[in-house]
Design a protein around this ligand. Structure first.
Ligand SMILES: N[C@@H](CCC(=O)N[C@@H](CS)C(=O)NCC(=O)O)C(=O)O
Length: 308
């Protein structure tokens, strides 16, 4: 099958009950903080229903399969698919892009953050910060399953696993890490706040809007300057670019005019033309398009969080 036709399954997560039971049985590795899951190897990568999710009504409803991408699939490599806990946001896109770029088999498990699915016990066991994305790789180090949360950590993990887009040469790796951490600690959080105060805050607070819109503007300027002299942020295309592209895609929402950053615009056009990036951006989760950010219930879930 041609790479462009490779189907990506969008599945509900296995039932809470069965997954929690598996987690209880799971033996955490002594050297890693990550939760190691004893997940049953999925029967097939593309199945829309599994034995376990049929036992849960609440969150196990299979979501729509991405257009032209559904259906059963057993990867030719025999490699069990990586489970991608996902919702279509810039942080989620990072990982769907990377999985597509690396040609790794994966199954999308939607985490409807507007309904609070990020607080389900089984998801918290994988991602204790109640944020997606997260992954479970059934064939982690030593051939045993591993879960990874935090998009930067996932990108590095996949880069190390495949040897792609994350160089092993120390000098080159430092450059990638610099820009990756720049995104994780700067662009992502600032853009997130700009988005919040511009679009979702109950009142338009000029100070907050200016503060974060200006900061995103400054950060776009930093990228533009860098890209005037480099094709990509760390030289060759890398996980640092993968981390940033989704945020640049939303430039307008954050009050930025891409045309004012010609090198950044060139970089963005180059990356979004990549077939893997196109495939990642084409994954549709119907429920996500239907979310009403004005719904008080959604707002309470997303914007009313305190320590639990
Ligand atoms: N630092 C985290 C941030 C992830 C993040 O903020 N995810 C958001 C969507 S973009 C989320 O899951 N939100 C759920 C919530 O707010 O409860 C990462 O990079 O993985």
């Amino acid at each position: 099958m041609a790479r462009s036709e490779r189907p990506v399954a969008v599945e509900a997560a296995p039932s809470l009950k069965s997954k929690v039971a598996r987690l209880k049985r799971a033996k955490p590795p002594s050297t890693s903080k990550s939760v190691t899951l004893k997940l049953a190897r999925p029967k097939s990568a593309g199945s829309n229903s599994t034995k376990s999710n049929s036992t849960t009504a609440k969150r196990a409803k299979p979501k729509r399969t991405a257009p032209d991408r559904g259906g059963k699939k057993t990867p030719a490599s025999g490699q069990a698919p990586i489970e991608l806990y996902y919702w279509p946001t810039p942080n989620g896109w990072k990982i769907s892009i990377m999985l597509e770029e690396c040609g790794l088999p994966y199954v999308v498990r939607p985490v409807d953050i507007s309904k609070g699915e990020q607080f389900s016990p089984h998801f918290l066991a994988i991602s204790p910060n109640n944020r997606m994305p997260a992954i479970v790789d059934p064939q982690g180090p030593g051939g045993r399953p591993i879960s990874v949360f935090e998009s930067g950590a996932i990108l590095q993990y996949l880069g190390r696993k495949t040897g792609r887009f994350y160089p092993s040469d120390e000098r080159a790796r430092v450059a990638v890490d610099e820009w990756l951490f720049w995104q994780m600690g700067g662009l992502g959080p600032m853009a997130g706040q700009a988005n919040h105060f511009r679009l979702y805050a109950p009142e338009q607070i000029a100070y907050a809007i200016d503060r974060y819109t200006n900061e995103v503007n400054r950060l776009f300027g930093v990228m533009d300057t860098r890209l005037a002299r480099h094709d990509f942020l760390a030289g060759p295309y890398s996980i640092a670019d993968v981390a940033c592209v989704g945020w640049v895609r939303l430039a307008e929402r954050m009050g930025q005019e891409l045309a004012r950053f010609p090198h950044l615009a060139r970089w963005f056009d180059t990356i979004r033309a990549r077939p893997a990036v196109k495939r990642a951006f084409a994954i549709r989760i119907a429920a996500a398009s239907a979310v009403d950010m004005k719904d008080p219930k959604v707002r309470a879930i997303l914007f009313g969080q305190t320590a639990r």
